[in-house]
Ligand binder design. Structure first.
Ligand SMILES: Nc1ncnc2c1ncn2[C@@H]1O[C@H](COP(=O)(O)OP(=O)(O)OP(=O)(O)O)[C@@H](O)[C@H]1O
Length: 335
């Protein structure tokens, strides 16, 4: 008898990614087997991921380990991290380690914890020479990300949600973007994997938690099942659109950029708005604005300097970046 369908589904998802990691590794003419780490919070999604990695890796000649990050935000978080390490070891993942981080305040508590976590995962990947780090984001997480983007009035890039492959040299992989959360949970149950339920995930103080427990169920009630799948599909379609527009913008930019920090207004004006906004966003980031603090409304303000005000106009953006219209040029500079 084969494995339970939920277990088969998570293993297949991981196998696909490992094949890809192996192909890339071989293309680099490496002789030693690649190391793949799972980023594990101890929650159901990443425990299911750890179990599938532990099962598939030895069959494909891949070394597998795990890292858990202790954000130090709750009492006893160090004990929990130590327990996650024991669980990873019991799956024969080696290395298995806990990394403690200091969470700053920049951008709010959730963003600060995320930044600290990725910095720690990057450092762990470098330390161990890992070819890839697996993250347990599921299709439901993807649907939530798309809905949050819609509610904020975001463009196609934000609506494309999380990428399956991302980070330095495509280090981060999300094998479960096509797997729903219930499947991951069932796989944990079937395999008797102990999981830790993060209280933040059910705390109505958090937007994502309200969306998960109230918003999406209400949508499904109104529109029928399949909303999560449809939103995840929207993410993929938006990603394709955003990639195409990005490459159009990169081409356009070459002809529109003048001396350092200037753009040709007539050239910008001739572009379709979606392409123009991309060129502007890149120019503003290049001038020193932090990408994370730059929202669609900022770029719309810059855009209005080109489309609505003829001749003059100036504005200030995050990162002390100033934009001013000077005749036929848009000057974007920090300072
Ligand atoms: N403390 C942590 N240590 C290591 N990896 C983490 C940690 N927190 C999150 N991750 C990684 O990021 C992924 C997404 O985490 P997030 O908390 O947003 O989602 P989740 O749906 O609650 O996942 P999980 O059930 O695995 O906790 C996790 O599946 C895991 O791979």
């Amino acid at each position: 008898m084969g494995p339970h369908p939920a277990v088969a589904a998570i293993r297949l998802a991981v196998r696909r990614v490992l094949h890809d990691v192996l192909n890339r590794h071989c293309a680099q003419a490496r002789t030693e087997p690649p190391l793949v780490l799972v980023a594990c919070s101890g929650g159901a999604d990443s425990m299911a991921l750890a179990s599938a990695l532990a099962f598939e890796a030895p069959r494909l000649g891949v070394r597998a380990g795990g890292v858990t990050v202790d954000h130090g935000l709750q009492a006893g978080s160090d004990l929990r991290a130590a327990e996650v390490v024991l669980r990873l070891r019991s799956l024969h993942l080696d290395p298995a380690e806990a990394v403690a981080v200091r969470v700053g305040k920049e951008g709010g508590p959730e963003a600060a914890a995320r930044d600290a976590r990725y910095a720690a995962l990057d450092a762990a990947a470098e330390r161990h020479g890992a070819a890839a780090v697996l993250l347990g984001h599921t299709r439901d997480d993807q649907a939530e990300t798309v809905l949050l983007g819609l509610a904020r009035g975001s463009g196609t890039r934000s609506l494309s949600g999380m990428a399956a492959t991302t980070g330095h040299l495509g280090r981060y992989r999300r094998p479960f973007l096509g797997v729903d959360r219930q499947t991951a949970r069932t796989a944990c149950l079937i395999q008797s994997l102990p999981v830790w339920d993060d209280p933040h995930n059910t705390d109505p103080a958090y937007t994502r938690s309200r969306l998960r427990h109230e918003g999406l169920p209400a949508l499904e009630k109104a529109l029928g099942k399949g909303v999560v799948e449809a939103l995840a599909r929207t993410a993929q379609l938006s990603r394709d659109d955003a990639d195409a527009l990005d490459s159009w913008a990169a081409d356009a930019e070459r002809t529109i950029r003048g001396a350092e920090g200037t753009l040709d207004v007539a050239g910008l004006f001739a572009l379709p708005p979606a392409v123009r906004r991309r060129v502007l966003r890149r120019a503003v980031i290049d001038a020193g604005a932090p990408a994370g603090s730059l929202f669609a409304r900022h770029i719309e303000e810059v855009d209005r300097l080109i489309t609505a005000w003829r001749g003059q106009g100036a504005l200030n953006l995050p990162g002390r970046v100033g934009v001013r219209r000077q005749g036929g040029r848009l000057v974007i500079r920090q300072g």
